[in-house]
Design a protein around this ligand. Structure first.
Ligand code: ATP
Ligand code: MG
Length: 411
């Protein structure tokens, strides 16, 4: 006999419990995003809300289940999800023998045979979402566990660290049977926390910073400063274009602005006294703030990690903030490089981030100052770049805009 194929995917929302009154709104946003993502894959599977959980009915194209599961693994707001087989509620007021011989009991045994691995140990977990306690979960776990031991090749049970867990969730109208529970991105559904402008270099850190903000529900617009003018078609193939495209898997949609900082470069006229990097970083923040105003974003995001490089010493970060007109979020501030790298690997940006990319940060002098003070930077700016505001507008007006959706170019 073959194992019953899953006929639905159950999705548990993350963090939604913290949101009290907004819960329904968050759940419906998450439901829409799941439906949108599946539709983008060409899967028109209905997505409904059932007693605090989201259910995706698999109504066709079952062979594409793995693809759908992988897509769900990229949607912020999902804590966990699992493909399951649903059965009608036949356990109420039935004898133990009926339970074992019924469709659910038989399907459990088939699933157990299908998942069997020599030497491995299993557990049966029953969760009851029933208004009254007509059945005891413990006695069901024992009953079904004993049946698996008797009627299949499984050799033993391990309740604390099982190699495989057979889950049975009992609801008033149905039971769900599943064995593979997957971990989601967690956090909050995209767009539920407002909009930020994230400064994206081609490096390892800033894509992780943008991802972490997206995971907390922010709509993310990315801004990249390039050392030369780029045309729209070429921009998508640069490492930063590829990074933005990849990030849109998590954000649903994402806009990347590529701003050439040539006019700022010219204003500095090649002076190298160790302050140019900090002047450039303040210019980037001012330009990002101007973009945020145009795009109605509430805050800026950078990939700074304390003292990782010269421009990120505590003194320098303070001197940067002195030029900021919007809050700057730095989600990586307390992480070590190795921790950031493992994030980058897990979200799939690392390989692109380490590709050689010449078109950025040509301004970094050999010995950047590690203790620049805001007063000194103010004075240097007044002397070297008196027309700051005009430069900011020029750089933004000359920027190229790319849109991505679900990991692909859009529009
Ligand atoms: P990253 O991996 O983000 O490049 P980094 O260690 O190289 O990190 P810096 O070059 O000092 O760090 O930059 C610090 C932050 O400034 C970056 O994380 C990013 O947010 C922003 N940034 C740096 N260069 C650019 C750029 N060319 N365009 C947009 N943002 C930038
Ligand atoms: Mg960098």
């Amino acid at each position: 006999m073959t194992c019953n194929p899953p006929n639905l995917i159950a999705v548990n929302g993350a963090d939604l419990v913290l949101k009290g009154r907004n819960r329904a709104q968050f759940e419906s946003r998450l439901r829409q995003q799941i439906a949108g993502r599946l539709k983008h894959l060409g899967l028109h599977w209905p997505v409904r809300r059932v007693s605090g959980r989201i259910i995706v009915d698999i109504t066709g194209e079952r062979e594409r289940l793995d693809e759908a599961l992988a897509a769900l693994g990229e949607i912020p707001g999902i804590a966990s999800y699992f493909p399951a087989v649903a059965f009608p509620a036949e356990w109420a007021a039935t004898s133990e023998q009926d339970l074992l011989g019924g469709t659910l009991g038989r399907a459990l045994l088939e699933l157990a045979r299908h998942e069997h691995r020599p030497g491995a140990r299993f557990a049966v977990r029953v969760v009851r979402h029933l208004p009254d306690a007509t059945v005891s979960t413990q006695s069901l776990e024992r009953l079904w566990g004993a049946a698996i031991l008797e009627q299949t090749d499984w050799e033993g049970v391990d309740l604390s660290r099982p190699d495989c867990t057979f889950h049975i969730a009992l609801y008033p109208d149905q039971a769900l049977l599943y064995s593979h529970k997957m971990k989601g991105v967690g956090g909050l559904p995209a767009g539920s926390s407002g909009r930020v402008v994230s400064l994206l270099s081609g490096g390892i850190d800033s894509p992780v910073a943008a991802y972490l903000m997206a995971r907390r529900g922010c709509a993310v617009e990315c801004l990249h400063f390039s050392a030369s003018y780029v045309d729209r078609d070429r921009a998508a193939d640069t490492p930063v274009g590829k990074l933005a495209r990849h990030l849109s898997r998590y954000t649903q949609s994402l806009t990347l602005h590529v701003a050439p900082y040539v006019p700022f470069d010219l204003a500095l006229a090649g002076k190298q006294d160790g302050y140019e990097l900090m002047l450039f970083r303040r210019f980037m923040l001012r330009t990002a703030a101007a973009l945020a105003r145009r795009r109605r974003a509430a805050a800026l995001v950078t990939g700074d990690s304390l003292s990782q490089v010269a421009s990120q010493t505590l003194d320098n970060l303070v001197a940067l903030d002195a030029a900021a007109t919007l809050p700057i979020f730095r989600p990586l501030i307390g992480l070590n490089k190795q921790e950031i790298i493992s994030w980058a690997r897990s979200i799939g940006t690392y390989e692109t981030s380490i590709e050689p990319y010449k078109d950025c940060c040509a301004l970094i002098g050999r010995r950047p100052k590690t203790r620049a003070h805001a007063d000194r930077l103010d004075a240097l700016e007044a002397e070297r770049v008196p027309e700051h505001e005009r430069l900011v507008d020029t750089v933004l007006d000359e920027s190229v805009t790319l849109k991505f959706e679900f990991g692909e170019p859009a529009g």
